[in-house]
Design a protein around this ligand. Structure first.
Ligand code: ATP
Length: 373
């Protein structure tokens, strides 16, 4: 695994003791969030002990708990702590069920991605032994641009990019910038160089000649610096069929925001379902581990949710920290967690994957595997 990192900014000044600790902020969130983040923290603690990572955990309230404690689903104070942390573990939110005055738009997740400029949303999809999948073999990463595109709640400096000029006409504005496309492609290329060295660009430039045309221009310019990478350009609607027909042929797939949002749900489902869909939102300076799925209110509080996606997202965060701080021990820890998940999935799973294990039992077993190596 390799996730982009290694920027030059090293965060706020700290004491020597503090600088030895790696501070992770845990935001449990709504629905199944508290259950899956608790399981993930247990696994991270096991990794920290085994690899002597000196992880320090802080907790803050967001979502319903944030409204109760701070009067806001994502209070500025929480945002400031997220900015100062070395990394963030964030559970899902259920903004639809917030009290009317707190039905924020943008929701907590959109706010944090925008405020921290987390431009890269990396969503791996890999078939895993023991996990029923719709395809035989898949091991790819969607590199989704995370700050612009069609996402009307976060693609403007101020205001909102959807509006209704008349009662029966709604319009949305899509933002595509050269630099936005270039930086996500750079992140994808760094990742591809650590993998199978293939990058696929998703576009619909024959229709969106200017916007997807600019995406292709920026991406091609970046790819020119990576002659060892094989490049493929695929029309986004054709991709929906191709990823089913020949999933094994894709390595790193670069997409603007909405295309990436759609295709990554498809690849997660094809490879085994939402319960295993990990995701990392990152810039060069900051990263947030956040499972690709939502808050699953239908199963919340019953100890049946699958924590795999959240745990794998945390493993991605450790690998990102390894690159950022030149700490190979963090990479080892991240890879150890992924191996422990694979070993555990072969032997026992949660109910969504046809098993019988509860959330906490699954987390406990993965933590034990990490501890003993
Ligand atoms: P949201 O609006 O927060 O995205 P949603 O219900 O539309 O919520 P999800 O929360 O992702 O979408 O849930 C979709 C379905 O997948 C639900 O039936 C849910 O129970 C199931 N699901 C999602 N995540 C998990 C998980 N980690 N473990 C087990 N089932 C899950």
């Amino acid at each position: 695994m390799q996730w982009l990192g290694a920027g030059r900014y090293l965060g706020p000044r700290r004491s020597l003791l503090e600088s030895l600790l790696m501070k992770l902020l845990v935001l449990a969130g709504d629905g199944i969030g508290p259950e899956i983040t608790a399981a993930s923290v247990q696994v991270l603690k096991a990794a920290s002990d085994r690899f002597r990572l000196d992880l320090e955990f802080e907790h803050e309230a967001i979502g319903h708990a944030g409204i109760e404690r701070h009067g806001h689903a994502l209070h500025d104070r929480v945002l400031a702590r997220a900015r100062d942390a070395d990394g963030v573990v964030m559970g899902p939110h259920d903004a639809n069920r917030y009290p009317a005055e707190h039905k924020t738009y943008p929701n907590p997740s959109s706010i944090i991605r925008k405020e921290l400029d987390l431009f890269a949303n990396l969503r791996p999809a890999r078939t895993r032994p023991g996990v029923p999948a719709h395809v035989e073999s898949m091991d790819l990463v969607i590199a989704r641009e995370n700050t612009e595109g069609f996402m009307a709640d976060r693609n403007m400096y101020r205001g909102h990019a959807e509006f209704m000029p008349t009662r029966n006409l709604a319009q949305s504005i899509r933002n595509i910038s050269y630099e936005g496309c270039a930086r996500i492609t750079r992140a994808a290329c760094k990742l591809a160089m650590q993998r199978r060295r293939k990058v696929t660009l998703l576009h619909k430039a024959h229709v969106f000649k200017l916007s997807d045309g600019l995406f292709l221009k920026a991406a091609r310019d970046v790819l020119a610096d990576y002659p060892k990478i094989e490049t493929e350009e695929v029309i986004v609607d054709a991709m929906m069929a191709l990823v089913v027909r020949r999933p094994e042929s894709f390595d790193v797939v670069v997409a603007t925001n909405l295309y990436g949002d759609l295709i990554s749900d498809l690849t997660a489902e094809l490879s085994g379902g939402l319960g295993i869909g990990a995701s990392l939102n990152s810039s060069l300076e900051r990263a947030i581990a956040q499972a690709a799925h939502g808050s699953a209110p239908d199963i919340a509080g019953r100890n049946v949710a699958n924590p795999t996606a959240m745990i794998l997202s945390c493993a991605m965060l450790l690998v990102w920290l390894a690159a950022r701080h030149q700490r190979p021990d963090f990479r080892q820890a991240g890879e150890c967690i992924e191996a422990a998940i694979d070993a555990q999935l072969k032997e026992g799973r949660t109910r969504d994957l046809g098993g019988t294990l509860d959330t906490d039992a699954f987390g406990e077993m993965v933590a034990r595997r990490v501890a003993r190596g």
